[in-house]
Design a protein around this ligand. Structure first.
Ligand SMILES: O=C(O)[C@H](O)[C@@H](O)[C@H](O)[C@H](O)COP(=O)(O)O
Length: 223
């Protein structure tokens, strides 16, 4: 794991956006298309703002969500909504979005459709993840109902998970897909998440799901 500590959040978001943008450009030098997987939640918005101004051939980029809360796409907690509003604008408006949401009433009903769609855009070239204070990443929560299946090497690419700590049912990419990413970044802020990340290093993936990607990840942190 590589850990980068920044003097403040603003600088971190700009620097992170620069790094992600260079990695995407590099991927597009040798591939017709690139898949850029992004988190939802409250942290990445400013990095998305910065990235959306970046001059990449976005028409050759697929933006894939790492997870989704099962709420309508105009709901304030929808990750799809966040990405549409903050990332897929300006220069990045021509990127193709692969969300992890459909109009189905439950995530279970959408599994087959989303699984087929996600398979087509793998592997992930550039992966950006967040982490919760409970050490979940994407929507792989400690204590989730189907945690062991989501962590298994044989897991399907997407799974529907429910967890007490999650306010609503989730759709998430699973361990093998996240571990298959060619480049992995984790974006966290504040002292609590820094301490949680340190703790995760000595725990098992069942206790600290973020552990599945830690070895190969670059972690970006600011107070
Ligand atoms: O939809 C989600 O909840 C996420 O994608 C999730 O994995 C997120 O990255 C962490 O929960 C951190 O969330 P915050 O950035 O809001 O702390």
């Amino acid at each position: 794991m590589k850990f980068i500590e920044y003097p403040d959040r603003e600088l971190m978001m700009i620097d992170l956006a620069d790094r992600l943008s260079s990695e995407l450009k590099n991927a597009l030098l040798t591939h017709e298309r690139a898949t850029f997987c992004v988190p939802g939640g409250t942290t990445p918005g400013p990095a998305f703002d910065s990235l959306s101004a970046s001059k990449i051939d976005w028409s050759r980029v697929t933006v894939l969500l790492g997870d989704e809360r099962w709420v309508p796409e105009d709901h304030p907690r929808s990750n799809t909504r966040l990405v549409r509003k903050r990332l897929l604008v300006n220069q990045a408006a021509s990127a193709q979005l692969q969300s992890l949401h459909t109009d189905a009433a439950t995530p279970e009903e959408a599994l087959e459709e989303l699984g087929d769609e996600v398979r087509k855009v793998l592997p992930i070239n550039v992966l950006l993840l967040g982490m919760g204070g409970d050490m979940h990443t994407a929507s792989i929560f400690p204590g989730a109902d189907r945690l062991d299946e989501a962590l298994a090497d044989t897991a399907p690419p997407v799974m529907a998970l429910r967890a007490e700590a999650a306010a609503e049912p989730r759709m998430t990419l699973t361990a093998p897909v996240l571990q298959g990413a060619l480049s992995t970044h984790i974006l966290i802020t504040g002292p609590e998440k820094r301490a949680a990340l340190e703790r995760a290093r000595s725990l098992s993936p069942r206790e600290a799901p973020v552990k599945i990607v830690l070895n190969d990840a670059t972690v970006h942190w600011a107070e």
